[in-house]
Design a protein around this ligand. Sequence first.
Ligand SMILES: *Cc1c(COP(=O)(O)O)cnc(C)c1O
Ligand SMILES: [Zn+2]
Length: 403
Amino acid sequence: MQNSFVSHLYCPKCATSYTIEDRHQLCLCGSPLLVAYDLERLALSMDPTQLRDREPTLWRYRELLPVLHSENVVTLGEGFTPLLPMPSIGADMQIPGLLMKDEGLLPTGSFKARGAAVGISKAKELGVQELAMPTNGNAGAAWALYAARAKMKSTVIMPVDAPLITRNECAISGSNLYLVNGLISDAGRIVADLVKSYGLYDASTLKEPYRIEGKKTMGLEIAEQLGWKLPDVILYPTGGGVGLIGIYKALQELQTLGWVQGKLPRLVAVQAEGCAPIVKAWENQEKASEFWQESKTVAFGINVPKALGDFLVLEAIYATGGCAVSIHDEELLQEQQRIAELEGAFVCPEGAATFAAARKLKQSGWIAENECVIALNTGAGIKYPDTVNVQVPVLQPEQRITR
Ligand SMILES: *Cc1c(COP(=O)(O)O)cnc(C)c1O
Ligand SMILES: [Zn+2]
């Protein structure tokens, strides 16, 4: 039985290709590299019914993942998260076909576990012993914990105001953790210098090609969970944009395989008003974004002022007839509360933003009432206890409640 149908790495900007056996970071031209598979051969040897009896993790898609030997798989049981109907909040915004892909159930509490599982597994296969990365919190937490599972050393640098729990996740895994008095872009500069000086593996967003392959599995799962039919719209909270690029890549691979038919879903990049470089670029129909000055939002995972893969995100939006929407912090926090009240789901602020965006796009007529719409909840609300303002009456033991 063959594991992976991976063939090589290629540059989406200048088309240079690279071997899969060696360690690569960016293309010589500075662009991220993407992973190519031998899809013609895979289409001949497999059909999707073969997936039915496989384990409910992202490793069920091993043919479309880059790890060659199963002994290199580093797993905490990630993947195959539920695709839940959201009838009440859907009715509230007049989108009865609203679904939520709930990534809050993954190990480490966010979908960053997908990227870390595949990224760390491939790093292990390449013989990496030590990595470094900047993060807004969730990615660092996931990579630190998966690195620990792989017996790999890690150095993680995050902003001082990144969610405290992600700091603790890194610390408890034995990672070399640093805080920076600044943004993820500042952490990135320090990591780049460290990597250059000490020859560490650079696990920064899109500076290694495999994290995206892990995140791609969200797209594979959505297609499989809908019985190989595609939804009309997928809304994704976009920081570095890896998830959106990954979902787009997954759907294209499934199209090439002939496992899905018809038009691809319109992909929507959702950002916070306090950090919306992709939205601004899309509004001006640009091919790349500009650095967003003094970015700020409670949705920490999408506070990325300039993404290395911005041109790929924009390409995915243009190619699918999608769009980009920004949401005010207050709006997304209100939506977060509404989802908890109406559906009993405590989503993360980034996830709440996708629901707020769906509501907006329905109001403007961009989403039609009969459409199948998927909101990605990228993490667990319980990772962000400080976004909820609680004022609760305190009782004395002898007190009674009267109504
Ligand atoms: C990182 C993160 C995002 C943004 O993901 P990208 O793929 O980098 O755009 C969204 N939500 C949460 C909870 C995150 O941690
Ligand atoms: Zn290139």
